[in-house]
Design a protein around this ligand. Structure first.
Ligand code: ADP
Ligand code: MG
Length: 322
């Protein structure tokens, strides 16, 4: 059942209508909104927005959490194999739920292949790692993926090929993967926001992919003058993705382009696009680079609790593997 927004302080039927129209369909959405987001809606003052948010937070029981609560939430983390044991090993088991994992690299380094493989592996019981003591069976029953494709590189036939290599039904993977082609950053952000509705209507979305996170932003916001606006929008987009990961125990995978580092004399000569906004929001950050033949090198850096490390994997017709 939908939440009755008029239960919030200061919200009458007409404000409720405006909130719903703007996508704030339930208490949780309002509880996790910022004052600035709500005041974007016509007729909502800063003071009113603050009251609504506080009211919604109380109704959703959002507030301080003890370290013990957080530890319990961490116990419901589940992992998805990347396809490569080596890559899984440096990720402490695999792609992690309640986190954002970023793969950055030049064209052809394997970002889109990793994203495709994740959709396939989500439909394969052997590649999902769950602590059954903490995660109920329903949590991962009939899991589905959302693939936001900004570069037009999603290929159903590649999914089928990877599925066959694992001995699973490619059609099942395609049926359980929602693909959204985003032609610009507004569409991209809107698709991410709509995922909440997919979940509300009964789809057990457990994997969210944005491939690539930054290409639309990079094309639309060129030049120094647009940088602040770009970063602000990117920040909002990342916040939506973070919320999905956190509130719905999802795995979020983003891919990213790289740019040359003008200040690098020695050391890393490339950097991921998006600056600190993306850097702070992503929990696990990888650089991918091409090796010999079908080999690729993934370098993990900047993780809050894992050491920097490198893994070598391969991309063949079977998909991602050691
Ligand atoms: P990007 O980092 O630009 O997203 P991709 O993930 O699309 O790069 O990787 C493209 C590379 O993946 C190709 O250059 C090729 O080496 C490999 N690849 C893609 N499809 C196949 C396939 N069906 N069989 C073998 N290798 C493939
Ligand atoms: Mg790609």
């Amino acid at each position: 059942m939908a939440d009755n927004l008029t239960d919030l302080p200061g919200v009458g039927p007409s404000t409720a209508e405006k909130l719903i129209e703007a996508g704030y369909i339930d208490f949780m959405k309002i509880a996790t909104a910022t004052i600035g987001e709500l005041t974007d809606i016509e007729g909502i003052s800063e003071k009113a927005a603050a009251k609504m948010i506080m009211g919604a937070r109380e109704l959703c029981d959002l507030g301080f959490k003890s370290g013990a609560d957080l530890l319990n939430q961490r116990k419901t983390v589940w992992r998805l194999s990347t396809g490569s044991d080596e890559l899984n090993r440096i990720l402490n088991g695999g792609l992690e739920s309640q986190s954002i994992t970023e793969f950055a690299g030049v064209f052809g380094s394997g970002k889109t292949q990793i994203a495709h493989q994740a959709c396939v592996n989500l439909q394969c019981e052997d590649t999902i790692f769950v602590d059954n003591e903490w995660v109920s069976d329903e949590e991962l029953a009939n899991p589905k993926a959302v693939y936001i494709d900004t570069e037009g590189t999603f290929r159903p036939e590649r999914i089928t090929q990877m599925a066959e290599a694992l001995g699973i039904d490619g059609q099942k993977v395609l049926d359980n993967t929602f693909v959204a082609r985003a032609y610009n950053s507004d569409m991209q952000m809107l698709f991410a926001e709509k995922i909440e509705e997919l979940i509300k209507s009964g789809n057990n979305i457990k994997l969210v992919i944005v491939d690539s996170l930054t290409s639309t932003f990079r094309n639309e916001y060129t030049g120094r003058g647009k940088l602040a606006e770009r970063q602000q929008k990117l920040g909002r987009h990342m916040a939506v993705l973070n919320k999905l990961a956190d509130l719905h125990n999802c795995i979020v995978v983003i891919t990213n382009q790289v740019s040359a580092r003008p200040d690098a004399f020695f050391g890393v000569a490339e950097q991921a696009i998006g600056g600190h906004i993306v850097g702070h929001a992503a929990t696990f950050r990888f650089f991918l680079r091409k090796g010999k033949g079908d080999k690729r090198v993934a370098k993990l850096y900047d993780s809050p609790h894992l050491p920097d490390a490198e893994a070598i994997f391969r991309i063949t017709e079977k998909g991602i593997h050691d």
